[in-house]
Design a protein around this ligand. Structure first.
Ligand code: DHB
Ligand code: MG
Length: 630
């Protein structure tokens, strides 16, 4: 498969764009005419620059308002086309996109359009150019790829073909299987984009909200399966109009784009084995069986404070690393690790971000396969020197430069605690009833959310649910759940739009994205809360007003509400009667905290209705010096 991306998809000037596109591994670019017009160099210089970056120009676009015009506009349109063909010769590209006419002057009529395109085909042929015709979803007379194809078929000229664009087809809910009727060699190029489902004007939706395949809600995989079934084997080209991407990092957006195409074709190739389009071979998305551990980096003083908190939560010190300043704490199936080493990534992370939960260990069926897949998808592999008697644990870099380690049951990795750690037998065994990780919450700038959504979705067998808005008194925080069917991996990504929100404040204070809270599950939250209170756990105090409201909302009896209130437990119930209980620690240092929760009756959510109350309580509890301005 040949990958391509339209220059309009990323930010920067033409040179910056080309550099980022080439570095991300694309084979080609669509030159969007504006990017060329606003550039200082001549057409030949642009052509040479593209080649110097090892890229080819897959398409020159867009050519607007051509077909079905009355005279004299019709002749003028042909003259315009002739000039662009000459320009394309100098640029060194042979494919032009004509998008369907949106002009009020366009007369309509399939045969009139076909006649115009036939004549354009003859002109194009004389210049060694091919022309692809694309139906814009908001075209005046042609807004459906089936009509565009009928026009191309009737134009009956070898230099005239059709261009398919997933957005135009899927935004109008046109059945993508209708593409299977088009001969693959009549499709001149395929443009790909996804988009979130938002009910809005098609043109506005297309020009501002497109995103990479896999980041949105459109059935791009079904679209691509149909394209592949035609025998099409040309470039797959991203054409993403997105306000956020235009202002984003060219490098990040290009890397995301390349990953989205590789992931898309991996899905298509696994569903449609007999296609001409190929995808880089890679293992299937990994099933995550559970969270094996979370590792903190800290200095000695903060490690002591953290360990004291763990003890208040019922954890016991279970092991000391044989050669490193690394300690393991356990309770139920939960492993927490504190690393105070003075070298390696733990230390450099400490220096840049302070005390933080910088590494996550995931249990998977095959750790080597997980890394192989991540590598094929352009993830950064993490390796650091392995000491005597230590295991080399396969790992990749994740959110905020943190690490994701992979452990499996079939290799020595299953025995990592026995191999690398000495047991600490003297500690008492009784805990507070915390049993397992429920979820990990990672906080990041809003602009990063799609990047990490695509990262997780492409590497792991997880799905996303709709983004929800969480109201912080100082602004909006978006929350995106990523989870698997069994609930053995649950992540929440929180995107802060400004630095005055609690989440934004956390990013500013820790100099980047990272894990902001860990949620641990108990099967008896009242018993857990009592036991932890007995050990001096610093619970986050919830406003009494909350309890009056929650009692009224759910019709709770007084004694029950009194118990919730006594333990500062927040409550939620879903439509199926599933119940959810949660309480929090006060914030540590820069804003990290723990959540303790219990799910019952199949409750699948995360207590989103309670988030504003939790945030308000955390803001009240902040030390005065720590209060964000406002
Ligand atoms: O928004 C537009 O005008 C536009 C132009 C060219 C395209 O290929 C497209 O999909 C949309
Ligand atoms: Mg298009």
């Amino acid at each position: 498969m040949k990958t391509s991306i339209a220059t309009v998809s990323i930010s920067g000037d033409l040179a910056e764009k080309l550099q980022a596109i080439a570095a991300a591994g694309f084979d080609g670019v669509e030159i969007f005419e504006n990017d060329f017009l606003t550039f200082g160099g001549s057409p030949r210089e642009v052509g040479a620059m593209v080649k110097d970056y090892g890229l080819e120009i897959t398409l020159f676009q867009p050519f607007r308002d051509f077909e079905g015009l009355p005279e004299p506009q019709r002749s003028q349109a042909f003259e315009r086309a002739r000039r662009k063909f000459e320009l394309m010769g100098e640029l060194g590209t042979d494919l032009m996109l004509v998008c369907s006419n949106v002009s009020p002057q366009a007369l309509g009529g399939i045969d009139r359009a076909a006649g115009d395109l036939h004549e354009l085909g003859r002109l194009a042929e004389a210049h060694g150019i091919r022309v692809g015709y694309e139906a814009l979803a908001w075209g005046r007379h042609v807004n459906d790829h089936r009509d565009a194809w009928e026009i191309v078929r009737r134009a009956d000229h070898p230099n005239i073909g059709v261009i398919l664009d997933s957005f135009h087809t899927l935004s109008r809910r046109i059945d993508p299987d209708s593409i299977r009727a088009i001969p693959g060699d009549r499709i001149f190029i395929v443009q790909l984009a996804d988009a979130p489902l938002i009910d809005m004007d098609l043109l506005y939706w297309s020009r501002h909200f497109r995103n990479m395949p896999g980041e949105g809600d459109l059935p791009v995989v079904d679209f691509m399966r149909a394209v592949a079934a035609t025998g099409y084997a040309g470039p797959l080209s991203l054409e993403i109009f997105n306000d956020q991407f235009r202002g984003g990092s060219p490098r990040t957006i290009s890397v995301d784009g390349h990953r989205s195409l590789v992931y898309l074709m991996d899905q298509v190739a696994k569903l449609e084995p007999d296609i001409k389009l190929t995808a880089p071979p890679m293992p299937a998305r990994q099933e995550v069986e559970g969270i094996a551990f979370v590792e903190f980096t800290a200095d000695e003083a903060e490690a002591e404070a953290l360990a004291a908190l763990f003890t208040q939560m019922g954890f016991r010190r279970a092991g000391q690393h044989r050669t490193k300043a690394v300690t393991r704490y356990t309770q139920g199936e939960i492993n927490l690790v504190i690393n105070t080493e003075r070298e390696g990534l733990a230390h450099s992370t400490y220096i840049t971000h302070g005390t933080s939960a910088y590494a996550i260990g995931l249990r998977v069926a095959d750790a080597a396969a997980a890394v192989a897949r991540a590598r094929a998808l352009g993830a950064q592999i993490f390796e650091q020197p392995v000491g005597d008697g230590e295991l080399s644990i396969p790992a990749i870099r994740g959110v905020g430069g943190g690490v994701i380690y992979f452990l499996d049951r079939t290799s020595d990795l299953a025995r990592v605690w026995d191999i690398e750690f000495d047991p600490v037998p003297s500690e008492p065994a009784d805990g507070c009833g915390l049993d397992r990780f429920d979820h990990i919450a990672q906080t990041m700038a809003y602009e990063e959310m799609l990047t990490w959504l695509l990262f997780y979705r492409s590497i792991f067998a997880v799905e996303k649910s709709p983004m929800v808005d969480v109201l912080d008194p100082a602004g909006l925080v978006r929350s995106q759940v990523i989870e698997n069917a069994g609930g053995t991996l649950r992540l929440t990504l929180n995107g802060a739009e400004n630095s005055r929100t609690l989440a934004g404040h956390f990013i500013a204070n820790t100099f980047g994205s990272s894990v902001q809270h860990l949620a641990l599950a108990s099967d008896d939250i009242f018993a857990t809360a009592s036991a932890m209170a007995g050990r001096g756990f610093p619970v986050l105090e919830i406003s009494p007003n909350y309890y009056d409201d929650v009692a009224a909302r759910f019709g709770l009896d007084e004694a029950f509400v009194a118990r919730l209130r006594a333990h500062n437990i927040l409550y939620d119930r879903d439509a199926g009667g599933g119940e959810f209980f949660q309480f929090y620690s006060r914030n540590m240092g820069e804003g990290f905290f723990f959540e303790i929760l219990q799910r019952s009756g199949g409750y699948g959510g995360y207590g989103a209705p309670n988030a504003p109350f939790r945030i308000a309580a955390q803001k009240r509890a902040l030390r005065p010096a720590n209060i964000p301005s406002r």
